[in-house]
Design a protein around this ligand. Structure first.
Ligand code: AHR
Length: 498
């Protein structure tokens, strides 16, 4: 196939929002224990954090980290995880059928975030607790001093408030798998009251109300409408969650997963606006796409891998990603960027070991999965404004998403630099691409990297940690404002321009 792409600063969508490069750490499997925290590891800091993982998180370029769940939060008592470690209780986590030692809690995690230079996004347990525990957590986390809970934080060794800005009002409350899940009407009322109370404490908080756990949920659309009718004036974002995987050997459809993500975003934005118009509100509700990734969830469900032995930090959801998975992750991130006018924040789910770009071995190395690369490169190169391209290319037919463009792209443009991100979905053929960058004022290529492999199912593993890495795209040329390059089949590419 071939593609002609026109880029012009006039087609700016929105600023590159750094929070789009967020991620997620849940108390699940080895996400925390032997993931970010392993006191006996050779690289451990005085506090027990794996510094080899900290280095990789910094390289990944993840910005805002959602914590502590996920489904985990719906059974969580935050008070268990602060104060002297020796008195913290061990609890059962019903969502993942494992034991939680509470050795890492808000104060430790906030210190870890400082090492990684990231922002905390905190979820409260709306499902099985209530307004007062949420307010207590807010006081503990954010109040400077002179109250019972802020002084308790200080006594626990954290003098400065955490000043958490973004808060999730529960997690996936539309999902029957959620401990304490609710009907939209019930959740909307509780979310409105919780949000109003939290904003009475601090009117500048940014609150995320739960949207749908996927565009395929039976309540999708009605859920958002009903929930927002209750809490439109009290919240700032509605969440979207989406996981994709190759099903029935249909790689062509899998590569087109961003079509669903784009539909999901457009539908939620339209529904939020519909509620806003009905309320004659001038306010816009934006989207926090706070769980997205490739996840082989069907295989997990079929294997029935429930941890019935109530183990601490068992190996759970440790998907090993392929080149094709990385191409999908890269193109999902491109879709989030393209929709930056409504998607204000996003979280790759998750960060370490659990459906994650970073893997660790207890006592051993930490390494990059294939999906690490498109995320880290995009986070590093994207700056300034997002430019939505005009693309002429041929299409292919998919079973799940209909006619889909073979080549997709998005660009960013700053004062003195620009970047173009591209994907070729053709299963067997390279794409010849011309990008008109005259409208960006670019005159030189500073970097061109492609992720591709003759084996689209190649992976990085403990035994072969560098099997898949991006390589220089030597076909990229820039002359007279026209960038030309070849994109291998099933590939993701980034070109940095000066
Ligand atoms: O990210 C894994 C799980 O996926 C989260 O706990 C939950 O919110 C979602 O179903």
């Amino acid at each position: 196939p071939s593609a002609y792409i026109a880029l012009d600063k006039k087609d700016a969508v929105a600023p590159v929002r750094r929070r789009i490069f967020g991620s997620f750490v849940e108390h699940l499997g080895r996400g925390v224990y032997t993931g970010i925290y392993e006191p006996s590891h050779p690289s451990a800091s005085d506090e027990g954090f794996r510094m080899d993982v900290v280095e990789l998180v910094r390289e990944l370029g993840s910005t805002t980290v959602r914590y502590p769940g996920g489904n985990f939060v719906s059974g969580f008592r935050w008070e268990d995880s602060v104060g002297p470690r020796e008195t913290r209780p061990v609890r059962r986590d019903l969502s993942w059928h494992s034991l939680e030692s509470n050795q890492i809690g808000l104060d430790e995690f906030a210190r870890w975030l400082k090492l990684t230079d990231s922002e905390l996004m905190l979820a409260v347990n709306v499902a099985t607790r209530g307004i007062l525990p949420a307010l207590d957590l807010l006081e503990y986390a954010n109040h400077p001093s002179g109250t019972a809970l802020s002084d308790l934080r200080i006594a626990n060794g954290t003098p400065d408030p955490h000043n958490v800005r973004m808060w999730c009002l529960g997690n996936e409350m539309d999902g029957p798998w959620q401990t304490g899940f609710m009907a939209a009407d019930d959740y909307g009322k509780i979310a409105a009251r919780t949000a109003a109370a939290m904003k009475a404490a601090d009117k500048d908080l940014e609150l995320v109300v739960c949207g749908s756990s996927g565009s395929g949920m039976p309540t999708f659309g009605d859920w958002e409408r009903t929930v927002l009718e209750h809490c439109y004036e009290h919240v700032d974002y509605v969440s979207c969650h989406a996981y994709y995987q190759e099903l029935d050997g249909d790689l062509a459809s899998f590569l087109a997963s961003p079509i669903d993500m784009a539909f999901f975003i457009d539908a939620v934005a339209a529904t939020a606006d519909h509620v806003g118009y009905k309320k004659r509100s001038s306010k816009k509700i934006n989207i926090s796409f706070d769980e997205w990734n490739v996840w082989y969830v069907k295989e997990h469900e079929e294997s029935g891998a429930v941890n019935d032995e109530w183990r601490h930090a068992p190996r759970q959801l440790e998907d090993v990603y392929t080149v094709a998975d990385a191409v999908v992750v890269g193109s999902l991130l491109m879709t989030l960027l393209k929709r930056s006018d409504r998607v204000a924040a996003a979280s790759l789910a998750q960060l370490v070991n659990v459906i994650a770009p970073i893997m660790t071995e207890p006592g051993g190395p930490a390494w990059r999965q294939t999906t690490f690369y498109p995320f880290s490169i995009t986070s590093r190169l994207a700056s300034g404004e997002v430019i939505r391209p005009v693309i002429e290319t041929s299409t292919y037919t998919t079973a799940r998403h209909g006619e889909v463009p073979l080549v997709d792209a998005v660009a960013t443009s700053d004062d003195d630099r620009a970047a173009v991100f591209l994907v070729n979905r053709h299963l067997t053929e390279a794409a010849q691409v011309t990008v008109d960058v005259r409208g960006l004022g670019s005159s030189v290529i500073t970097e061109a990297l492609t992720l591709a492999d003759s084996d689209v199912y190649a992976k990085n593993t403990l035994a072969d940690q560098h099997r898949v890495t991006p390589s220089a795209n030597t076909t990229a040329k820039l002359a007279d404002g026209l960038l030309t390059l070849e994109l291998p089949p099933v590939s993701w590419t980034a070109v940095a321009l000066g």
